[in-house]
Design a protein around this ligand. Structure first.
Ligand code: SF4
Length: 470
């Protein structure tokens, strides 16, 4: 893969999906995972149940690589959950693919997780001190150990007990060998999770675009701190935790979620367009065209163009056919990396004063290449406009980010970044503008822009999240 390009983005780490009560449960989960592929491309998996046991199939790669007709047929039953995962290269291993399936004293259970449990290291150390053996390097595994240690009779009580011990971010889907499905979201609601309906079946998914794909109807978001059990008696909602002010991930709007999704009760597309509108109000510039860095920069660029009256053009084309087997190039040709994915349309750009709208700058290496690409296409001026505030702090709640030192905005002023990426001007959306675009000023986590972490991060996890348990 174009690792140079890929490593210069924040990455969502997972997407989850589940369906209860449908004869085509595995097939629909497979399709649902297609809709969530943007949330993770390293591994994919499905677990199903026919009421007697759990069946599962998972593997490394894209959904299309992992499943075929035979593997889908082997996933019997009318309930299924699925997972797509992104991980850092070193930790990309089948043992960390989900759903995580185990047998414990109460039977079989499968779990799929989007998020990051910041005290997993501490919980795991306590279990291991008492002789427990862990099968994987995943923070998710601590949840089933906690459930297994709970003597309560009912599933809801065992899950409540386990979740009450966790700190951090989790949007979870469970499936038991009896075919019961459970969905849960942490009390701060970091990651999205929605509930839908497909005729008589219930569906849960990280984003509504997965519901659209299987023609399910969106009912509502699963609320922060809510646990929903779906079984033969219907759907049951529990709110066992004291309510707190939610801290939903504002970066989901900026980059992670698909623009055709609604998350946290809002259209991602509309919020991104608002980012662009406010960016234009805050940072106007005389220019001839506005172009997006595709794909995530597109709605914000449309908003910027509408607000400023400068024509929108597709001045950069993105290749959607990147292979997964690209060998890391040697230094001499490394700069071609970004061109595998993006290329400038010279006829659009030549002789123009260009506003380039991107969603974020992480290390700055990609932005520098993009500016060079636009200058090589003979732009007269290049003005970078970023539809989020400067990213200064890493995320510990389920997003793969570089360290503080690697984030260019953590230790450089805007003018210095502008010099590094060689644009004529560079401006970011303000934090106030970000909140104005989203339409409210509470209920969101913005720690990657402010360093104000809503959940204390244990020292042990102040390292890349997915190397927790090397
Ligand atoms: S730190 Fe940033 S990416 Fe992480 S949950 Fe908070 S807003 Fe989202």
């Amino acid at each position: 893969m174009d690792s140079t390009f890929k490593s210069d983005r924040f990455h969502d780490e997972c997407g989850v999906f589940g369906i209860y009560g449908h004869t085509e449960a595995a097939n629909l989960t497979y399709l649902g995972l297609y809709g969530l592929q943007h949330r993770g491309q390293e591994s994919a998996g499905i677990a199903s149940s026919d009421g007697t046991r759990i069946y599962s199939h998972k593997g490394m790669g894209l959904v299309a690589d992992v499943f075929d007709n035979d593997s889908i047929k082997s996933l019997a039953g009318s309930s299924a959950i699925g997972h797509v995962r992104y991980s850092t290269a070193g930790e990309s291993h089948i043992k960390n693919a989900q759903p995580f399936v185990v047998e414990y004293a109460r039977g079989g259970i499968a779990v799929a997780h989007n998020g990051n449990i910041v005290n997993a290291f501490v919980i795991r150390a306590e279990f291991e001190a008492h002789g427990s053996i862990f099968q994987s390097g995943m923070d998710t595994e601590t949840i089933v150990h906690l459930m297994s240690s709970c003597k309560e009779r009912y599933l809801i009580d065992r899950i409540t007990f386990a979740l009450s011990k966790l700190k951090g971010a989790y949007s979870l889907v469970f499936l038991t060998d009896k075919g019961t499905m459970v969905a849960a979201r942490d009390p701060l609601g970091f990651r999205p999770l929605c509930l839908g309906r497909l005729r008589d079946s219930f569906v849960v998914a990280s984003e509504t675009c997965a519901l659209d794909l299987i023609e399910a109807t969106y009912i509502r978001d699963i609320e922060p701190g809510e646990i929903i059990i779906m079984d033969k008696t219907g759907l049951h909602s529990y709110k066992p935790f004291a309510p707190v002010e939610p801290k939903q991930c504002i970066f989901e709007f900026i980059y992670f979620a698909r623009p055709d999704s609604h998350i946290f009760g809002k259209s991602v597309y509309e919020v991104r367009k608002n980012f662009g509108r406010i960016l234009a109000q805050e940072n106007p510039v005389d220019a001839d065209i506005v172009i997006p860095v595709p794909d995530s920069g597109v709605p914000a660029a449309i908003g910027y163009a509408e607000e400023s009256g400068i024509p929108f053009e597709k001045g950069i084309v993105r290749s959607h056919y990147m292979g997964r087997t690209f060998i890391e190039p040697q230094d001499a040709i490394r700069h071609f990396g970004v061109k595998l994915k993006l290329n400038a349309v010279k006829d659009v750009i030549k002789g123009k004063r260009v506003v380039v709208v991107d969603d974020s700058i992480v290390r700055g290496t990609t932005s520098r290449k993009i500016v060079k690409m636009i200058r090589d296409a003979r732009a007269k001026e290049v003005h970078m406009r970023i539809s989020s505030p400067p990213s200064i702090s890493p995320c510990y709640y389920g997003i793969d980010t570089p360290t503080t030192e690697e984030l260019i905005a953590s230790n450089h002023k805007v003018e210095e970044i502008n010099n590094y990426i060689t644009s004529d001007t560079l401006s970011y959306l303000s934090l106030e503008g970000l909140y104005k675009a989203v339409g409210q000023d509470t209920n969101f986590c913005d720690a990657c822009f402010t360093g104000k972490y809503p959940v204390k991060v244990e020292d042990e996890v102040k390292a890349p999240q997915l190397v927790l348990f090397k």
